[in-house]
Design a protein around this ligand. Structure first.
Ligand code: ADP
Ligand code: SF4
Ligand code: MG
Length: 337
């Protein structure tokens, strides 16, 4: 009998808070999130701007310390490691950001940027670092003659490929991809997503794919987590979340921007228009975070935070009134034509 694989990421009761600029209040950017990511999986994270996705992504690779709770990497809490062990450990957990320009130093050549993580790791001779850098560039489709050029001489798509090469040189286990195609021209997004997919097959990579664009998440993810104001609303297999969501928030997101699913899985849902903006994470609503915009909210929703319930196999939701058949019924006047 083989033992079940250990999750590559174990996130437990994670909270990340920031002081506001004047120090008078606290931003609860991530406020009690738990999930596991398995080796080789692509874990999608979706939600509106301001729901804490980037903060979560930075914490997953150790760029932000948990205020409360924990993140285990392959069973290890990086906070338990000494400086030398931590430097080696961090190579395994990389992040690629949305803005391909901001992530590259304009005064460094492409090859210098790509080799930088290896230089920080500090255990390879210069010639070997250059060899690995050129190999990574070639793998992401950048020809060797670009190695000595500077970022301003390259297109957005080329720059993002270089950022991917930079993450690859250290041969990581996990890459957090934070809105990695959002800044790219629509015509090249598919190519870059296909590159991520082929790198995953080749290197056995695990991805956390953060995006507000549902077509991107459907293209790449095995499972999807839906975030709202620092919490998870729903988590489940991509097809199930896309075709038969359990949470009113997911239902509204999918009705506005359906996942591109096979036609037999697409339901004819009426568009649900969410009223208002996402509230401030400085003073989030009591009880259920979503209640100020939820068409199905009831008095209990303001006093009691919904439990995290597994209503279908491996499909979880945080709503008092969802059943395994779906979200609670909405009053009919909430539906827009
Ligand atoms: N360093 C910081 N200091 C203060 N507030 C922050 C900081 N980083 C993020 N926030 C706030 O935390 C919330 C979540 O931000 P973010 O994680 O960027 O969300 P998303 O990526 O989903 O748009 C936002 O209200 C944002 O303004
Ligand atoms: S708990 Fe209440 S407010 Fe929250 S999603 Fe469910 S019905 Fe809506
Ligand atoms: Mg973000």
């Amino acid at each position: 009998m083989t033992a079940a694989a250990q999750p590559l990421l174990q996130v437990r009761d994670l909270c990340i808070r920031f002081p506001t600029q004047d120090g008078a209040a606290t931003v609860k950017a991530v406020d009690g999130i738990s999930f596991d990511v398995m080796p080789g999986e692509t874990f999608g994270v979706i939600g509106e701007s301001g729901s804490g996705k980037t903060t979560l992504g930075r914490a997953l690779v150790g760029l932000l310390p948990p205020t409360e709770g924990s993140i285990l990497h392959d069973g290890v809490d990086p906070r338990s490691l000494g400086a030398g062990a931590l430097r080696i450990h961090r190579r395994d957990y990389q992040i690629v950001f949305q803005d391909p320009h901001a992530a590259l130093n304009p005064r460094q050549t492409v090859l210098t940027s790509v080799c930088e993580p290896l230089e920080i790791a500090g255990d390879l001779p210069r010639a070997e670092r250059a060899r690995r850098g050129l190999e990574a560039l070639s793998r992401v489709g950048i020809a060797p003659e670009y190695a000595q050029r500077y970022p301003h001489m390259l297109s957005g798509g080329q720059k993002q490929r270089i950022n991917i090469a930079r993450a690859l040189t250290v041969r990581p286990k996990l890459i957090v991809c934070d809105e990695v195609v959002a800044a790219l021209d629509v015509s090249i997004r598919g190519d870059v997503l296909n590159l991520f997919a082929s790198l995953q097959r080749e290197f056995g990579l695990t991805y956390v794919f953060i995006t507000h664009d549902l077509s991107v998440v459907a293209h790449v993810s095995d499972r999807i987590a839906v975030t709202y104001l620092g919490r998870l609303m729903e988590l489940g297999p991509t097809l199930a979340v896309g075709a038969q969501p359990l949470h009113p928030y997911t239902e509204a997101l999918m009705s506005a921007d359906p996942l591109p699913l096979p036609s037999h899985l697409r339901s004819q849902r009426r568009r649900i228009v969410l009223q208002g903006e996402i509230p401030s994470p400085i003073d989030p609503p009591s009880g259920c975070r979503f209640r100020t915009r939820c068409p199905s909210a009831q008095p209990r929703c303001s006093t009691e935070a919904p439990a995290w319930r597994e209503l279908r196999p491996a499909h979880w939701v945080a709503c008092h009134f969802s059943t395994r058949d779906g979200p609670p019924a909405r009053p009919p006047q909430q539906d827009a034509a």
